[in-house]
Design a protein around this ligand. Structure first.
Ligand code: FAD
Length: 405
């Protein structure tokens, strides 16, 4: 018996190993990952870790002893370079071929590079790994002014850290609002207002033409000819799924490694989970989605572990996500994008706000800012397939909790 081999020791790969053992799988489990050390969580990298509120040991998903106790063979620092599907072998960069009965690709995603001159100068950073976070944190300690390229989650979380630590920060975004692809216009406005009040400066509709050197980053050059002074630049313009290994093995790739409703590829011996996989979601009316969140990585891993231990079922868990940006806790339940109607519940000036997003007349998702109770209710509503009317959602007197029960 060759057992189950997992490529990627991030959130999804780790969870797959842990869930296999929870489900009673007794065969060999090997986790192959190209990052050194124990599997760790990425969310604190742009928040608590960046602020010095937790150290590297606080990021580990489990201590060293867990892997021996659960007979999970962790091969950290090893890169998989090819899959021989006919022979069911995974080839590593070392030349070794690891045989498998089932292969799970949990390869995640990597940061999209900024395609402009000067993007490789010292002082220009990305944030994905612990090593990235260490370099960024050290640079922030000596920075006079920061530019963040991209008003996505990572960019806004880091901008909040800069504001909290008193370093002037400008967020440069090509579109007309923050989180344009991720949240409703109403939610984006609330988030923007809070960042502005904290001292963050935004430039919307601004294209970056280059990073000004010559020896290290000194400013960001915009397409309109202006320059934004910055000795530290964080690029946060989204990610690219790590799907090349699958593609080279002849597996279908469609905005990530394409899997079916059970997270299986067209090869019955290969599954894919996490940031790097795309799947048809009942929460998007069956459309193929690729979701970058801890919940998606964890619940997808649980789904595959359950199938591999004899109880196959489709992946139907309600997607949810959080992002902490200074005093803001944004939580999203369901898949809000695209939506054709968004109604507001609560008041951003007084204790938080939620946006209930509708698609085709049904509740598609709920964005909550500093309203955690709404978020929990939304998850229940979506799991149960219940949809309050937009009037009910907007009415502070309407008991949504009762509807969710
Ligand atoms: P990853 O965690 O990226 O793990 C994939 C691993 O596979 C990596 O270690 C990669 O190096 C390795 N790998 C790839 N190819 C190979 C190969 N060929 N051979 C060997 N190894 C390989 N999500 C939230 O829900 N809330 C948050 O607040 C939040 N904050 C975040 C903050 C930051 C700074 C970042 C970067 C992400 C954040 N996320 C957050 C997203 C979340 O961390 C990801 O969705 C999650 O890590 C995805 O897990 P994964 O296992 O699919 O991918």
């Amino acid at each position: 018996m060759n057992g189950i081999v997992v490529v990627g020791t991030g959130q999804a790969g780790f969870q797959l190993g842990a869930s296999l053992r929870e489900n009673g799988y007794a065969g060999p489990v090997t986790l192959v990952g190209d990052e050194a050390g124990l599997p760790y969580g990425r969310p604190p990298l742009s928040k608590a870790y960046m602020l010095g509120k937790t150290d590297a040991s606080g990021l580990s998903l489990r201590p060293d002893a867990f892997f021996a106790e659960h007979r999970l063979t962790l091969r950290a620092g090893e890169r998989a370079i090819a899959i021989d599907r006919a022979e069911r072998r995974l080839r590593l960069a070392s030349g070794e071929a690891v045989p498998y009965d089932h292969l799970v690709l949990a390869t995640g995603s990597r940061n999209r590079p900024l395609p402009v001159p000067g993007a490789d100068l010292p002082g220009v950073h990305q944030l994905r790994t612990l090593a990235d976070a260490d370099a960024l944190k050290a640079a922030l300690a000596g920075a006079r002014s920061v530019a963040v390229v991209g008003a996505g989650f990572i960019g806004l979380e880091f901008a909040a850290v800069c504001a909290q630590t008193g370093v002037p920060v400008t967020v440069i975004e090509g579109l007309d609002r923050p989180l344009a692809r991720s949240v409703s216009a109403g939610m984006a406005a609330s988030i923007e207002a809070s960042h502005v009040a904290a001292g963050v400066r935004f430039l919307f509709g601004s294209a970056v033409a280059g990073i000004v050197g010559p020896d290290r980053a000194r400013a960001v050059a915009l397409a309109d000819g202006s320059e934004i002074e910055a000795d530290l630049v964080l690029v946060g313009i989204g990610v690219v799924p790590n799907a090349e290994l699958a593609a080279a093995a002849g597996l279908r790739v469609e905005n990530g490694i394409a899997v079916d409703a059970m997270l299986a590829t067209e090869d019955p011996a290969v599954s894919a989970i996490g940031d790097g996989a795309s799947f048809p979601s009942p929460h998007a009316e069956g459309a193929r989605v690729r979701i970058e969140s801890v919940q998606n990585a964890v619940d997808g891993a649980r789904c595959v572990a359950t199938r591999l231990t004899g109880r196959p079922a489709a992946f139907t868990a309600v997607p949810w996500f959080w992002s902490d940006q200074g005093p803001l806790k944004l939580q999203i339940a369901g898949l809000c994008q695209p939506h054709d109607l968004a109604v507001r519940r609560g008041d951003p000036e007084r204790g938080g706000v939620s946006m209930f997003c509708y698609r085709g007349g049904r509740l598609a998702g709920v964005e909550s800012l500093n309203r955690p109770a709404d978020h929990m209710i939304a998850r229940r509503l979506l799991q149960a397939g219940r949809s309050p009317t937009p009037d009910q959602a907007a009415d502070p007197g309407f008991d949504l909790k009762a509807l969710a029960l």
